[in-house]
Design a protein around this ligand. Sequence first.
Ligand SMILES: C=C1C[C@]23C[C@H]1CC[C@H]2[C@@]12CCC[C@@](C)(C(=O)O1)[C@H]2[C@@H]3C(=O)O
Ligand SMILES: O=C(O)CCC(=O)C(=O)O
Ligand SMILES: [Fe+2]
Length: 358
Amino acid sequence: MPAMLTDVFRGHPIHLPHSHQPDFTSLRELPDSYKWTPKDDLLFAAAPSPPATGENIPLIDLDHPDAANQIGHACRTWGAFQIANHGVPLGLLQDIEFLTGSLFGLPVQRKLKAARSETGVSGYGVARIASFFNKKMWSEGFTITGSPLNDFRKLWPQLHLNYCDIVEEYEEQMKKLASKLMWLALKSLGVSEEDVEWASLNSDLNWAQAALQLNHYPVCPEPDRAMGLAAHTDSTLLTILYQNNTAGLQVFRDDLGWVTVPPVPGSLVVNVGDLFHILSNGLFKSVLHRARVNQTRARLSVAFLWGPQSDIKISPVPKLVSPVELPLYRSVTWTEYLRTKATHFNKALSMIRNHREE
Ligand SMILES: C=C1C[C@]23C[C@H]1CC[C@H]2[C@@]12CCC[C@@](C)(C(=O)O1)[C@H]2[C@@H]3C(=O)O
Ligand SMILES: O=C(O)CCC(=O)C(=O)O
Ligand SMILES: [Fe+2]
């Protein structure tokens, strides 16, 4: 049995004081520990330049005959795009939003009953990347890997089974959508399932696994100085994000700076993760992104973080490699990569890069 996602951080404990979360609702002023400056994050104040060009990640209709090329283009230029006509029932998106709101609306003592342990992946707490920053992030999260039953029973003694059903159905739909998106993107590079050994060997979707990350960004007294979720790339192949109708997600482009992804009702945001960057031999961009907060509306988001089973080695697709296009990365499993990321954060990708012999 390959090591499961659940065990990935067993040897990488982090101490994050979940229990010192402020009572977000009662604060009239932003505590100093939440005030970010460019010293805390180089790109904190990176302005759009040239200012407000109006450029944004594309919204792609999955029913469009040219969807594969549009997705491929978005993966190469932005590393992110939104999708409409994705086939996920609207009612299910509403259900997962309701679940998320209900979870974070619970009294803090109840949420802490399901606190993530220092070596665990699942449960309630601040985002794992918090350990790499001196300032605190204005958000709370809940991560799900495997069955949420045990945690949900602690959160909702009566209704946990209903909520488990929603998560199961959501993950089922996301799994299908994620693989469809991956093959469409690869198709635009002339790569099909037969060209990817581990996918063609494993029937159906048995080669994939995922984590679900629920995020809550409460109303903030001084949003301009606060950070909801600090700039990061996802360690995934792909991430599919549902955001409620409150803006906050931003993606970074070297030539444009931070670009806000406007919520489009019923659509989903997709972003390229580090493993897809590796698989595409650097052609697809794993996009740097972050979440800002605001003064009037609480924001909720649900990220489906999708990658391969832990025994699968990801390396540049042979079809994209040649004597002139050398493989840029050595092969790595998702678990190995997550552990590298847990130690080296945003240097993880460069650590597995091949360096050309002189
Ligand atoms: C399967 C994953 C992917 C993780 C780690 C583990 C479980 C939680 C994911 C996130 C979710 C929030 C951002 C991130 C950067 C974080 O801190 O936790 C993600 C991270 C990654 O993509 O690296
Ligand atoms: O809340 C958002 O918009 C971003 C969340 C995110 O990047 C994540 O959970 O990995
Ligand atoms: Fe992310």
